[in-house]
Design a protein around this ligand. Structure first.
Ligand SMILES: [Zn+2]
Length: 247
């Protein structure tokens, strides 16, 4: 049987610890898309340039992590474009051609708000006009969803995520949840236990052979100590890490 493919995505970079994470991934031969927060990139471009030079792809994660359901279309546009320029500059500094424009919404809020209690963050299809307008905006700004092969979860397909312009995810490591007790995840042990669960219909399908995965982890200094053990557990599951195709 072919090994399950994992596409690693890392949100909220760059932290002051990003370079160490880049080196760790390089040592383990794991490619990734990093989704940059413009305000952080502006303060700290060096680790981004370093990651680009080492073959990683930089995506856009808005400027200040606003909820896109709570801001106007004009504001969405500013959030995307301001960060886009910073990413462009980083590629120029690195002397590498930018392979594609890829975007991930802050909080996974595609413009329709959040349903936090239910399966982490699944965007509701309320506010459909705004959601569609933001998708059109991304397209107009040159953004495309790269090709992730074999993502076949019913819930993912039914939500229309295959055809959206932005990059969504199939497995949230929930490293971020350690910062808030309401989610019932208090540390590494809970995170690793959750990775062993078999509930593919509820976003916990790492051990389910029927679909590949787009995995979310964060580059936040608050959860930096979780990064390596979580990735090591993913490696231990026999997942084959791959980079999406950008064409
Ligand atoms: Zn984020």
């Amino acid at each position: 049987m072919a090994r399950k493919i994992a596409y690693l995505t890392i949100d909220d970079c760059p932290s002051d610890d990003m370079r160490r994470k880049v080196d760790f991934l390089l040592r383990n031969d794991i490619p990734a898309i990093w989704f940059c927060r413009g305000e952080f990139l502006e303060q700290r471009p060096e680790p981004i340039v370093y990651a680009i030079k080492n073959g990683f792809v930089m995506g856009n994660h808005s400027y200040d992590h606003s909820l896109f359901s709570r801001i106007s279309l004009g504001e969405c546009s500013k959030q995307i474009m301001r960060t886009d320029e910073l990413i462009e500059e980083a590629y120029e500094k690195a002397g590498i051609e930018r392979p594609a424009k890829v975007f991930r919404f802050p909080w996974g809020d595609k413009g329709g708000g959040l349903d936090i209690e239910k399966r982490g963050f699944i965007p509701r299809k309320e506010n459909a006009d705004h959601i569609e307008a933001v998708q059109d905006l991304l397209k107009k700004l040159g953004y495309r969803q790269p090709k992730f092969k074999g993502i076949s979860y019913d819930w993912y397909i039914e939500a229309g995520f295959l055809h959206d312009v932005d990059v969504y995810l199939t497995f949230d490591t929930m490293d971020w949840a350690c910062m808030n007790p309401r989610f019932g995840i208090s540390g590494l042990e809970d995170i690793l236990k959750r990775m062993d669960e078999d509930v593919p219909e509820d976003g916990r399908g790492l051990n389910f052979a029927g679909s590949n995965e787009i995995i979310l982890i964060h580059d936040l200094s608050e959860t930096s100590q979780l990064f390596e053990p979580i990735i090591e557990r993913l490696v231990g599951k026999g997942l084959r890490f791959s980079l999406a195709e950008f064409s």
